[in-house]
Design a binder for this molecule. Structure first.
Ligand SMILES: [Zn+2]
Length: 120
């Protein structure tokens, strides 16, 4: 798969990830600033960063968490060089489909087959 296309996809994935996280970050930020307005921060900053991440992640709905996992998995596949292959049949996923849904793991045929299974 050509490098420029991959770069484009990668950018899209990162944007999507940011999108999922940004609204939640804002929410948590507001709460944290309420709490910390009267307290000393100092040495606990490192720790606070972890707590912060956890708080953000714990706010995600099941669906958003799944989405994030899919996005991370897609980024992982880009790193491994296996991106763009259908996990079911091993055929390359249509580029048009990847542009629309960059985290897609299945080609359109396998996805359609899966949807049909769900309905039954
Ligand atoms: Zn397939």
């Amino acid at each position: 798969m050509d490098k420029q296309f991959i770069e484009k996809i990668k950018k899209k994935l990162l944007e999507k990830k940011e999108e999922v996280l940004s609204s939640l970050k804002k929410e948590v930020d507001e709460e944290i600033s309420d709490v910390e307005s009267d307290s000393v921060i100092g040495d606990i900053v490192d720790e606070a960063n972890n707590v912060y991440e956890l708080q953000v992640l714990s706010r995600l709905s099941q669906k958003e968490q799944e989405k994030l996992e899919e996005i991370n998995a897609a980024l992982q596949r880009i790193e491994e060089g296996t991106y763009g292959k259908c996990v079911v049949c091993g055929q390359p996923i249509e580029e048009k489909r990847l542009l629309a849904i960059p985290e897609a793991r299945k080609c359109i045929k396998c996805k359609a087959a899966e949807e049909r299974m769900k309905i039954r």
